[in-house]
Structures are given as structure tokens and as C-alpha cells.
Design a protein around this ligand. Sequence first.
Ligand code: GAR
Length: 218
Amino acid sequence: MRLGILVSGRGSNLGAVLDAAARGDLPGVEAVIVISNRPGVPALKVAERHGVPVVVLARRDFAGPEARDAAIGSRLRLAGVEVALLAGYDQVLRPTYFAAFDGMTLNIHPSLLPAHGGAGMIGMAVHCSVLAAGDRETGVTVHAVSAELDAGPPRLQARVPVHPDDSPETLAARVLEVEHRVVVEAIAALAAERERGPSSATMAVAPESVPPDAAARE
Ligand code: GAR
């Protein structure tokens, strides 16, 4: 399963996936390209360290977001990508992306979607929203991406407790640890499912699991 990964920043989920592949925990999965919409971000170094080719497609190099998103989709297609993973990618993908790339796109989101998803819900904003709501648990969702924000069907969810004395930072750290495990599990499950054939597409459930990004401006 040829995997492409879209990033915008730190790249810890990217690192978790590439480390797992290097350990042999993702049989049949090959990371073939990493695309960033931001130059100079740490995620690019993570990819380089693992020898995965990187491409930067910055908004300023295109007439508009539609053209940039078409370019992202084309690069994925040219690289022979079958599954694209949004790993901290901080922009909504426009329809031009889905027109150019017809493989599956997955996103990792740091809450139990549909809770705390949608416009502006990225990274720390998600954890602030969970604490402001007084939720006693949050979690991680890996879901298929459709043109509608944070609305594609979930493939894997895992619960994470919220502690009474949590700050956004302590909660983010607890959730991130689970993200790193769940994103690898979701990719491994998808690869195994594709190996078995198309009929086995069901939502996987982690042991402790419960059955747009209009995001940051560039
Ligand atoms: C992760 O927590 C990821 O779930 C979140 O951004 C962070 C990126 O960290 N994504 C979203 O909020 C998507 N709506 P990373 O760059 O270290 O993987």
C-alpha cells in the first residue's frame, strides 16, 4: 500500500508512522512521499531522516488554494499513492484535490468526532474546546476524509480520560501518545483489509474504544 503523508508542522504522527514502518510493524506499507504546505517545518526533517522524498507546495506559489490543492492531488497521483494520510495537515482540502487524487484520504483528529470537529478545530484549539465543555473524556479519531469537513466515516477511535487538573498542554500530551499508537493501528488495519479484498471495509475498534479543518490561515 503506497502511502503519501501531508503535514504542516511538528510531524510527530509522521514520525510514529515512519518509525513503525522501519520496525516492520506496517507490513506491505511503503511511505513514498511527504508533502508539506509550509516550508521549513520540523516534519520535513522527520521525513528526510527516514529517506522519504519531500515536496513543499506552499500557498504563495499558486494562484489560489484551489490550484495548490489540485497540485497536491496530482503529486500524490504521480507518486502512485493509494492512501494519503493527513498528519497534522492544517488546511481544508478543496474539491480540486479530490478531482486530482481519487485514492483514499485519511485524517487523524485529536478528539472523539463528531465532538470538537469542524471549522478551526485543529491541534490545541481542540483540547481547549474539550476543557471548555467540561468533558470528562476525549480521544482520537482516524477517519476517511471527504470534501465535507471532519465528516468522513470514522475508521478507528480510542478514548482518553480528561483529568480535573488538566491544562490544554497536559491533555494534548496524553492524547498525542494515543494518536501515535492509533494512527499506526489504523494504517495497519487498512493495509490488511486491502490485502484481503474490498468486502472487508468495516470500522475497526481499539480495545478501549467507543463504538473542517477551516484551520489556521496560511
Ligand atoms: C495532532 O495532534 C493531530 O491530531 C492534529 O494536529 C496535531 C499535529 O501534530 N490534527 C488536527 O487537529 C486535525 N484537525 P503532529 O504534527 O506532531 O503530528
